[in-house]
Design a protein around this ligand. Structure first.
Ligand code: SAM
Length: 273
């Protein structure tokens, strides 16, 4: 049984070994399409992953850019323990992993050439001071890259009212405890935090029956794998469990519908300190 600590009381996904392994699979899933494109990294540079979780994204970056000096921070000790095991198993050279709050990064001004954030902003209420803190630890001219989604952008075909009910529960959780519109808001947030040359590109995700591969089934399975463990949290918010489960069942069935399709907005922001 996974033990709860005060810091994960409202962290939707929890810190079980299964969830830590899911983060590693998730980073592999997004490796080519989202994590690695257009990264301007050079061997010897220093990179900080904020909200690094179980080290999944650091592992992907390390394999594509050997020779970077990597660091990561997460407020949850179990994530940092998992990250250190994962990165050691990959043979990543010594990674500076710390337990701590991203609001107070334990590094001096200008310590890094690059910062990387993935599926992190969505879990934070009030990201502005964290972005300013990240700019502080970047050297002038260093980069920040952020990958994010938003929680009212998941569209299924055929439509289904129980799926909309489930998506509404997820949206309201992130509205109350994080940033439900993370992806859409990144550009102005980075500008306000003092970054320059800010871009925010819509990557998107769209899959449909008949595309000639199993991408729709894979993506809906991947999506269900992080929604299903969150159902107890939605029930605690007052949602009806059987409707939530019917919504999830619909998501998992659309790949068998001759007109099945799924769309989700994903954004990739880049800016310079
Ligand atoms: C969804 S996980 C993403 C992990 C990783 N970026 C990835 O894509 O695999 C979000 C992580 O952010 C961490 N986190 C949330 N708020 C934080 C904060 N204020 N300071 C440090 N870490 C935080 C959580 O503990 C969690 O491990």
């Amino acid at each position: 049984m996974d033990q709860q600590s005060p810091s994960d009381a409202r962290y939707l996904h929890g810190y079980s070994a299964e969830e830590q392994a899911r983060l590693v699979e998730q980073a592999e899933y997004w490796r080519e399409g989202l994590i690695l494109p257009d990264l301007p990294y050079i061997a010897g540079e220093r990179l900080l992953d904020v909200g690094c979780g179980s080290g999944a994204v650091l592992g992907v970056i390390n394999s594509a850019f050997p020779g970077l000096q990597l660091a990561g921070i997460d407020r949850e000790p179990r994530q940092i323990e998992a990250a250190s095991r994962h990165l050691a198993a990959l043979g990543a050279p010594s990674v500076d992993l710390r337990v701590g709050d991203a609001n107070r990064l334990p590094w001096a001004q200008g310590s890094f050439d690059h910062a990387y954030l993935m599926w992190f902003v969505e879990h934070v209420r009030g990201i502005e001071p964290i972005l300013r803190e990240i700019r502080r630890v970047l050297r002038p001219g260093g980069t920040i890259t952020i990958n994010e989604t938003e929680y009212e952008s998941y569209h299924v075909w055929p439509e289904h009212e129980d799926w909309e009910y489930l998506e509404g529960a997820m949206f309201r959780h992130f509205q109350a405890h994080g940033e439900a519109h993370a992806g859409r808001r990144l550009g102005p947030l980075l500008v306000e935090a003092g970054f320059s040359r800010v871009s925010n590109r819509l990557v998107g995700a769209h899959f449909f029956v008949g595309s000639g591969d199993d991408s729709l089934a894979r993506h809906t399975r991947y999506t269900a794998d992080y929604i299903e463990p969150a159902i107890p949290e939605f029930v605690a918010m007052g949602y009806d469990e059987s409707r939530l489960r019917r919504g999830l069942g619909h998501l998992l069935a659309i790949h068998a519908d001759p007109h099945g399709a799924f769309t989700q907005l994903v954004y990739r922001a880049r800016a310079w300190a």
